[in-house]
Design a binder for this molecule. Structure first.
Ligand code: AMP
Length: 312
């Protein structure tokens, strides 16, 4: 691992243009690690050009805005992909146009890619990995207020507000380092926790009408019609997945969200590993938080059946 980390830092030193990607449907860790890395690099190498690309999510713009760059900037550039386990999930398919590709990720490495790859599933989040890397290489990845804020948002969100079992003494130690920078954590908490009125109303609807199997697999389907009814975007509605976590008898819970070209699946579990089911449907993720994309509503039943099967 030390060799890889040194090679990553050496590569960063070598390139004058660095373009940072992350996964589609970004969450705060995808954006926090991507934008945080941009701040580390801009701060340490003011003469380099550092860009972040991918689709933007209104609610997460507080972490950082994306750059809109032409293809030719990829010529001779270093491309870093944060928090993305599979090639097919990289947001902005131009990632292959660069000169060299680096993967930095905390998901189990079922699909290795990149000329250099630092993957370590013992970290809670990619933001935690980059915080650690920055502290190890302070001369080349100098921590600063903006980077600390981005990484804090990523770690906070990917650890379920520091409540998941992925939080280790190392996580706490690194977060305590981030908190020495003068950003306002309560503002991040507010951005991530506070909901719109419509979102709260939909939450009530979810609690009133979710379905659950005898074994305790709870699920809710978010259709286009429902989104229109509540005048909400998909991302905001998707973020309500953990509404179903507060019910003790729900052992596993899932959301199915209708998109124009796919159905997005978000699966969560209290104790039972569900990532194998996500992989069965060409998805992936962590043991207790996984996702997939499916094409037809018939597959919803198949996923529920498969989740039932992993329930003891
Ligand atoms: P999400 O429900 O989108 O927050 O995703 C939970 C976890 O599953 C994250 O680690 C994602 O990277 C992963 N994941 C979500 N969707 C997919 C997918 N279609 N393919 C592979 N991994 C996914």
């Amino acid at each position: 691992m030390d060799r890889i980390k040194n090679e990553i830092v050496a590569a960063i030193k070598n390139y004058s243009t660095i373009i940072i990607h992350r996964h589609v449907d970004p969450d705060p860790d995808a954006l926090g690690s991507q934008v945080g890395m941009q701040h580390l690099l801009k701060h340490s190498f003011p003469s380099k050009e550092i860009f972040v690309v991918g689709e933007e999510i209104d609610k997460l713009l507080f972490i950082g805005e994306m750059d809109h760059i032409p293809d030719n900037l990829y010529e001779g550039a270093l491309v870093i992909v944060c928090d993305t386990a599979n090639l097919s999930r990289i947001s902005d398919f131009r990632f292959g146009l660069g000169d060299r590709l680096i993967k930095i990720d905390h998901h189990t490495d079922y699909e290795p890619f990149g000329d250099l790859s630092w993957v370590d599933a013992s970290y809670s989040s990619t933001s935690e990995m980059l915080t650690d890397l920055s502290l190890e290489f302070p001369d080349y990845l100098a921590m600063n207020k903006e980077a600390a804020k981005s990484f804090y948002a990523g770690i906070l969100s990917d650890t379920g507000n520091f409540m998941n079992r992925t939080v280790t003494p190392r996580t706490i130690k690194l977060v305590s380092q981030l908190r020495t920078y003068d950003f306002k954590p309560e503002r991040i908490h507010n951005f991530l926790q506070v909901k719109s009125k419509n979102s709260s109303r939909l939450q009530k609807d979810i609690l009133m009408s979710f379905k659950v199997t005898e074994k305790g697999v709870a699920y809710f389907i978010i259709t286009e019609d429902l989104l229109n009814m509540y005048n909400m975007d998909r991302n905001e509605a998707s973020n309500l997945v953990n509404t179903l976590s507060s019910i003790r008898t729900n052992k596993i819970w899932a959301f199915f969200i209708e998109y124009p070209e796919k159905i997005r699946v978000r699966i969560r579990s209290r104790n039972i590993p569900i990532d194998s089911v996500a992989r069965q449907f060409n998805g992936g993720g962590h043991p207790l938080a996984s996702g997939a994309s499916i094409d037809t509503w018939e597959e919803v039943d198949l996923i529920i059946q498969a989740l039932d099967q992993v329930c003891p």
